[in-house]
Design a protein around this ligand. Structure first.
Ligand SMILES: [Zn+2]
Length: 305
């Protein structure tokens, strides 16, 4: 199984021309999951050609506006686009009321089933157990109750042996995906070649953690231990560490320390404060601690496998 992450917004509280507010979309094996939903997330989904009615789950970290003011608008559009599949939203206390009040004053009724689950985990807690993946929630350290999320796929893709791939370049492309998913190969004569013969054991299944917003929280490393892609907010640069501490945010270096302690494969930084015109020092400072760092940019796609 392979997952694809699309960054929809990478700015801190104030949006700019080229950076929207927090939201990440994770697509995997036909599933579509949204993490945070800052204002205008639906426009970003439209811009990057994502089908909003495919979204099955929305995970809200906290109720600061830059992380959830886009939710009511998105739900309303889903309704107008004749959504009929159910939608599950997770988030902190107050989320249900915020949605209810908005719909009550607009006299709006959703035609699809929406369930909002309020979470208050004190440690790492399993909140979704799907056939293909699990999602855990855990507390972050911020000025209001805030939770991070960890997604772990259950299955990894098998790797096709080179000899088979090279000698079967002529077969339909879709076969490669099916074989990677574990299917036996059936050739044009109807002969079955067992999957074991043509693939090798899968790697560790993909995993992704979404940690925004938070002050430096060493405990976090154990909750996201060995994650494939760690998204960790880095609102500030090292020279503004005191401001980060005061406002319960992190610096690029602190995020890198979490990635290092967690033995993450890759670190994605975002939620950059608008005070910095040039974001390249975020990468430089994080790289002093952890060597696989990416800076989030709106529209960026990252494959997690
Ligand atoms: Zn916040």
């Amino acid at each position: 199984m392979q997952a694809k992450l699309t960054v929809l917004g990478s700015s801190a509280a104030v949006p700019s021309n080229n950076r929207h507010l927090s939201a990440h979309l994770l697509e995997m094996h036909g599933h579509s999951l949204l993490f945070d939903c800052g204002e205008a997330t639906q426009f970003q989904l439209l811009k990057f050609k994502k089908n909003i009615n495919r979204i099955e789950y929305i995970f809200i970290t906290h109720l600061h506006g830059d992380h959830f003011y886009g939710l009511v608008g998105l739900l309303s559009t889903m309704n107008m686009k004749n959504r009929n599949r159910s939608l599950t939203v997770f988030g902190p206390k107050g989320l249900q009321e915020a949605v209810d009040v908005s719909f009550a004053v607009s006299k709006m009724e959703l035609a699809f089933s929406l369930s909002i689950h309020i979470i208050e985990p004190e440690g790492r807690k399993l909140i979704v157990d799907d056939d293909d993946f699990k999602v855990f929630a855990f507390p972050l350290k911020h000025s209001i109750p805030t939770y991070g999320y960890l997604l772990k796929a259950k299955k990894a893709m098998r790797n096709i042996k080179k000899e088979f791939a090279n000698s079967h370049l002529h077969i339909e492309n879709t076969w490669f995906a099916r074989i990677k998913a574990g299917e036996d190969y059936v050739n044009s004569k109807g002969e079955v070649i067992s999957n074991d013969e043509i693939t090798i054991s899968p790697k560790i299944p993909p995993s992704y953690a979404y940690c925004s917003d938070t002050a430096f929280l060493p405990q976090l490393a154990s909750w996201v231990s060995e994650v494939g892609l760690l998204y960790h907010e880095s609102t500030y640069l090292h020279q503004d560490e005191d401001k980060a501490a005061l406002r319960l945010h992190s610096t690029a270096k602190q995020a890198a320390h979490i990635a290092k302690m967690a033995k993450a494969k890759q670190l994605l930084l975002g939620h950059f404060s608008g005070r910095y015109k040039d974001v390249s020092p975020f990468e430089e400072q994080a790289a002093e601690v952890f060597d696989n760092v990416i800076l989030a940019q709106d529209g960026m796609e990252i494959t997690i496998d």
